[in-house]
Design a protein around this ligand. Structure first.
Ligand SMILES: *[C@@H]1O[C@H](CO)[C@@H](O)[C@H](O)[C@H]1NC(C)=O
Ligand SMILES: *[C@@H]1O[C@H](CO)[C@@H](O)[C@H](O)[C@H]1NC(C)=O
Ligand SMILES: *[C@@H]1O[C@H](CO)[C@@H](O)[C@H](O)[C@H]1NC(C)=O
Ligand SMILES: *[C@@H]1O[C@H](CO)[C@@H](O)[C@H](O)[C@H]1NC(C)=O
Ligand SMILES: *[C@@H]1O[C@H](CO)[C@@H](O)[C@H](O)[C@H]1NC(C)=O
Ligand SMILES: *[C@@H]1O[C@H](CO)[C@@H](O)[C@H](O)[C@H]1NC(C)=O
Ligand SMILES: *[C@@H]1O[C@H](CO)[C@@H](O)[C@H](O)[C@H]1NC(C)=O
Ligand SMILES: *[C@@H]1O[C@H](CO)[C@@H](O)[C@H](O)[C@H]1NC(C)=O
Ligand SMILES: *[C@@H]1O[C@H](CO)[C@@H](O)[C@H](O)[C@H]1NC(C)=O
Ligand SMILES: *[C@@H]1O[C@H](CO)[C@@H](O)[C@H](O)[C@H]1NC(C)=O
Ligand SMILES: *[C@@H]1O[C@H](CO)[C@@H](O)[C@H](O)[C@H]1NC(C)=O
Ligand SMILES: *[C@@H]1O[C@H](CO)[C@@H](O)[C@H](O)[C@H]1NC(C)=O
Length: 623
């Protein structure tokens, strides 16, 4: 945050380029209409320091992640500037742009992709052992599930990494998957995700180690789908030939896994489908099959090309051969992030041999980066020139299978974001779900790389109250726990953050609809003069189970991990829930953390705050 009334010309060294930034903003007074300010004046106001985003400009879907076999460095990619840009990391904490000013490594404008480059994924040991990108090459726009599909709009093409990934060079031939399956009237056909899977090999009677890709989309009138292809032929084919194996997964139009809202809706069209297998430790090719995917839908009536709703979901399930083709059937599904701006997650298997994992001693993992769109899918008009960046990726997450032993009652028995793994003869069941936590390296770095550690003693409370020590900045993480003595439908308990005389943001749990809520109604004084500052609440469903205790039964404790990084707020709960959003807190003095309890009495455990986080971009200079 900049000092109030400071008129400064910040000379900033960014990869060799001087970026002058004039700042002339008083954060102790009510904000004006921010779109009337000079360009670049809001660059630092809400910019996160520990997250992945380009030097300037707009970030789109994460994609094209890979570990380079030649260096062991992990590459994180994202759509940017009509192409895909990337950064490398050897610790998942700090990143280095592969190109100056985060310029793309591949750009639209070739014969296969005259109009756009959409998401792609990387075969790490690809052509001649070189990382090889399979990506969606676009020839016609618009494309949207609510309008007829223009033939030839989306094809899948190859490009090869050169120069350490600074350039992905397109191969001088046509698309390797030149059209959607024969006579299928698709809603979309994009975002190929390449993987290997021994269970698929055996069910399909393919050679061990066969490469597969799923391509996301759907069919007009019948619903969303993931189309499955297998690489056909041996290494000498150089990934030129792909055999269509049918719709690996299909759901009926605008249906849902759970009317109670545990898993959004399947919608009209799938996007960004990822395929991977997990066990309790992390990535395991022989483990349980998972997919993460985005869905597009809308409230009726459908307004062409205005897809109101997006859900970022996960599902786990079983594969079997039905009528000769391989089908996926979910056994549980949920939201990867319940935030309305959280979407288009892309993950990658990061093996223990990857440099970051060697440093931290991590096993094979599946690591996913979720996108947090900065302009709500282009539906609000943010002051783009003033901020000079839009959107960010969220912190990397480790996904695995999580287990919890709970009392066997109605709460455990529901078609939801968990499934019953084992029934015991003592009145309990073990549930399985998808575990998701902030990757261990950034989590550890936020804790170790600061001398500003504050603790707030635990207490039993029935009302609010300000912490003894609150952060001095808007960059910190805190961990807290709340135990509820009973399930009262009127109790709300949690915290207020970024709180001051003018603004406050409430994060709380309530039993009435079993949800974690971020109340943004009073988060930003900018809302009254800027209609792009959304004030409606964010929420997502989380069930606190009954668990065995010394006395019989107690309600599972709520464990919160909250990261505030400039305008980003990530709320991670009980290793299985995440809710992320933008909070455009304006005032300099909106920094306090407060307890929040309404109508009830709850027990807070000791709270620890680590202030400062970590500068993820040391090579870009101070931001
Ligand atoms: C990558 O290299 C090729 C071949 O030199 C060049 O045509 C292309 O423009 C480069 N791509 C980018 C994004 O710089
Ligand atoms: C494909 O679906 C669109 C949208 O429903 C429809 O307008 C079009 O006629 C269909 N095309 C074919 C060949 O069935
Ligand atoms: C393929 O892998 C499976 C499981 O690892 C193994 O049982 C099988 O023998 C392998 N088949 C071949 C042809 O290598
Ligand atoms: C999709 O389903 C939801 C929930 O029933 C409904 O509100 C919505 O109108 C449906 N969308 C369309 C376009 O029919
Ligand atoms: C298998 O195919 C037959 C013939 O097309 C069809 O009647 C049947 O419903 C299919 N079975 C399943 C499980 O999809
Ligand atoms: C500010 O940035 C916008 C692009 O966001 C540009 O169109 C405009 O010309 C810039 N204004 C000035 C004064 O540089
Ligand atoms: C954003 O920053 C870049 C790098 O300094 C600059 O070239 C560009 O003009 C800026 N954009 C706007 C809209 O000010
Ligand atoms: C119930 O049995 C399971 C399986 O043996 C065990 O893991 C769990 O701790 C038991 N719970 C209680 C409350 O005894
Ligand atoms: C709380 O509200 C839910 C949903 O309205 C209802 O099903 C439940 O019975 C209520 N519980 C209590 C204790 O009133
Ligand atoms: C803020 O200013 C912009 C640009 O002048 C204008 O388009 C917008 O309507 C204004 N917003 C409000 C809420 O007045
Ligand atoms: C067990 O229940 C008794 C009586 O209700 C209570 O005093 C005690 O604190 C409880 N112990 C635990 C560990 O919950
Ligand atoms: C940790 O903090 C120090 C300043 O206290 C800084 O110099 C160092 O670069 C930080 N480490 C990382 C990984 O950012």
């Amino acid at each position: 945050m900049l000092k109030p009334s400071l008129i400064a010309l910040l000379a900033e060294l960014t990869a060799g380029h001087i970026i002058p930034r004039q700042t002339d903003i008083d954060y102790s007074r009510a904000p004006p209409n921010l779109s009337t300010l000079a360009n670049n004046t809001l660059y630092s106001t809400w910019r996160p320091k520990s997250h992945v985003l380009p030097t300037y400009g707009q970030i789109g879907d994460p994609c094209m992640h890979y570990t380079d076999p030649a260096t062991g460095l992990f590459h994180v990619g994202y759509l940017h500037n009509s192409g895909i840009s990337g950064a490398t990391t050897d610790d998942l904490v700090t990143y280095t742009d592969v190109n100056v000013n985060s310029e793309p490594s591949i750009r639209a404008g070739g014969i296969n992709d005259p109009v756009a480059v959409f998401d792609g994924s990387v075969i790490e040991h690809g052509i001649n052992g070189t990382p090889t990108l399979l990506y969606t090459s676009v020839s016609y726009l618009p494309i949207h599930w609510s309008i007829p599909y223009t033939k030839g709009s989306e094809t899948q093409s190859l490009a090869i990494a050169r120069d350490g990934g600074r350039n992905f060079t397109k191969l001088a031939h046509g698309p390797v998957i030149p059209s959607p399956p024969f006579a299928v009237n698709v809603t979309a056909f994009r975002d190929p995700f390449v993987f290997q899977n021994p269970q698929m090999d055996s069910l399909l009677e393919k050679t061990n180690g066969t490469y597969y890709t799923i391509i996301s989309g759907g069919t007009h009138g019948t619903g969303p789908s993931m189309f499955l292809y297998a690489h056909y032929g041996d290494e000498s084919d150089n990934f030129q030939t792909w055999e269509y194996l049918g719709q690996w997964w299909h759901e009926a139009t605008n249906t849902t896994w759970s009317d109670a809202g545990w898993a959004g809706r399947w919608g009209f069209n799938f996007e960004v489908g990822n395929f991977f297998a997990l066990d309790q430790a992390g990535y395991n090719p022989s483990g349980e099959i998972f997919t993460t995917f985005g869905v597009e839908w809308s409230y009726a009536p459908v307004v062409p090309q205005v897809s109101g709703e997006h859900d970022m979901l996960w599902a786990a399930g079983k594969q079997s051969i039905v009528n000769g083709s391989l089908k996926f059937e979910p056994t549980m599904a949920g939201r990867l992030d319940a935030g309305r701006s959280a979407y288009a997650a892309a993950g990658k298997a990061v093996l223990s041999s990857s440099k970051a994992s060697q440093k931290s001693g991590a096993p094979d993992r599946f690591i996913s980066y979720v996108w947090l769109t900065g302009d709500y899918f282009e539906r609000v008009h943010t002051p783009k020139g003033q901020q000079n960046w839009t959107g960010s990726l969220l912190l990397p997450r480790e996904l695995s299978v999580g287990y919890i032993n709970v009392i066997d009652n109605d709460l455990a028995r529901e078609k939801a974001s968990w499934r019953v793994e084992t029934e015991h003869d003592n009145g309990t069941v073990t549930l399985a779900t998808m575990q998701q936590v902030i990757a261990r390296e950034p989590l550890a770095a936020f804790k170790s790389n600061t001398s500003t550690v504050m603790t707030q003693p635990g207490c039993i409370r029935s009302s609010g109250g300000t912490f003894e020590h609150s952060p001095k900045s808007k960059q910190y993480m805190f961990e807290a726990s709340i135990t509820f003595p009973k399930r009262s439908n009127t109790t709300k308990a949690g915290f207020e953050i970024l709180s001051g005389p003018h603004e406050t943001t409430k994060i709380y749990y309530q039993f009435s609809n079993e949800s974690v809520v971020i109340d943004k109604s009073n988060s930003s004084a900018a809302a009254s003069t800027n209609d792009w500052v959304l004030t409606d609440p964010e929420s997502g469903k989380l069930r606190l189970f009954d668990i065995p205790s010394a006395n019989g039964t107690e309600i599972e404790t709520l464990h919160l991990n909250v990261v505030v990084d400039g305008g980003i707020v990530e709320v991670h709960v009980n290793d299985r829930f995440a809710l992320s959003t933008w909070v455009w807190s304006w005032y300099e003095d909106s920094r306090n953390i407060r307890f929040m309890v309404e109508d009830g009495e709850v027990e807070f455990g000791e709270i620890t705050i680590w202030e400062g986080l970590v500068n993820a971009w040391p090579q870009r200079g101070a931001e």
